[in-house]
Ligand binder design. Sequence first.
Ligand code: HEM
Length: 439
Amino acid sequence: MTANKPNQDLSPMKCPHQLDDVDLFSEGAPEFWYEAYDILHRQAPVHRIPGEGFEPGTDAFILCKHEDIAMVVRDQERFPLPGAMAVQHLKGMGGDPFEGPQVNMMVAAMTILRPNPEMWRSHRQELTDPWVGPGAPRNEEMAVRVANELIDKWIGRGSVEFISEFAQPLPQMVMANVLGWPIEDLKLLKYYGDGTDKPSVYGSGHRNILPQEEIDTQFEVLREFREYTENLIKEKRANPADDMITFLTEVEYSPIKRKLTDNEINGIVYAMVIGGLETTQYALSEQVQLLIEREGVWDEIKADRSKVRAFTEDSMRLRSPTQGLSTRITSQDEVFQGVKVPKGSFLHLRWAAANIDPDEWDDPNELKLDRKAGTRHLVFSQGARVCPGATLSRVEQMAAWNTLLDRVESFSYADVNTFLHQPGIMLGTLELNLNVVPA
Ligand code: HEM
């Protein structure tokens, strides 16, 4: 973080100076993540969290090296997903994963529709790619229109709260349009999105665990979300439109040679909502800060629009929206960087640290617009399980910045910013008051 920002002074945590001080998960930790990564890279790129493993008696390990994480995410057999294992287990016992107590619709649908690597590929290619993957550029014009509508609301005012008036509503409105979610129910989309995301913001520890009463309230919201989406699916079946939900009601999924059930569609909608809203918000809100702080970059990309893409990529590398996820376990004993990691351990993949790994990147803390193979970062993960919405997010970011560069002469910080971040595992600035000079 930039030294003169007040967020670090306001944090209940102190800046880490040695390995013993490093704590990525307690209150205030986001204000010092990048200081902690420097220490982890130097002293413990495989960092043990005692007693936090997947199986009893095992530990969790934070992985920070680009080479380790890139290897892990490419091998689904050796490093399976804990959520998928739970659903497989329920299925093996003869249960209906959609009807289990407090079942996660996304994990249930995704596991049923892609139990093996071939079906994983088909799922992506046939169900999500046409809308949020390689087919996402079809949304470009709509994303530019959304960006313009949002800018219209504040451009004449000379100031903007960038999160609530741009970075947050843009991906919400784009996702609503992609899905065919009624735009008048945008507030509900946010409400349900907050419900799906709750553990990653308010959960504690590397596994984002909520207290039981919070889980109960979360599942109440998710139950409402499920009911709302069921009605929406019925409505789309009755009145088809040119949107993703209608498409999902009509498509025949080749590995099972049938159309999708309402539950399966519901799970995919859940996945789009949990993945597709806040992540891009965080990318946009870090990008505007980099543009204000790193001298010359705004003018450079304004003058040469072919550099906007490199800017979005390297800024996501430098300030990864999803900082880390504990989404893999070890199915056999492993060794990373000389550290033994036994079978049954949790792996916390710290994408953000890998993205500034000095063994992978020259000048890792610099924003560069001319990096060779700049997209080898792990912002969206890699391999078969790479984020299915990466292309849509890139389309949104390009639309946002090209439109802002057209319509804004310059941004600067207003006097009233704390630069504090939300808790959890995402890099989310809470509020960002900016002065705006219109173009
Ligand atoms: C800057 C924006 C985004 C970032 C940083 C991001 C990051 C990630 C990461 C790190 C993963 C985990 C992959 C793994 O475990 O190996 C993931 C998964 C996922 N993302 Fe994204 N994502 C973004 C935008 C989106 C968008 C726009 C959508 C939807 C349109 C989306 C939908 C998903 C889904 C559904 C998954 C779960 C994939 C699966 O289980 O196969 N994401 N994302």
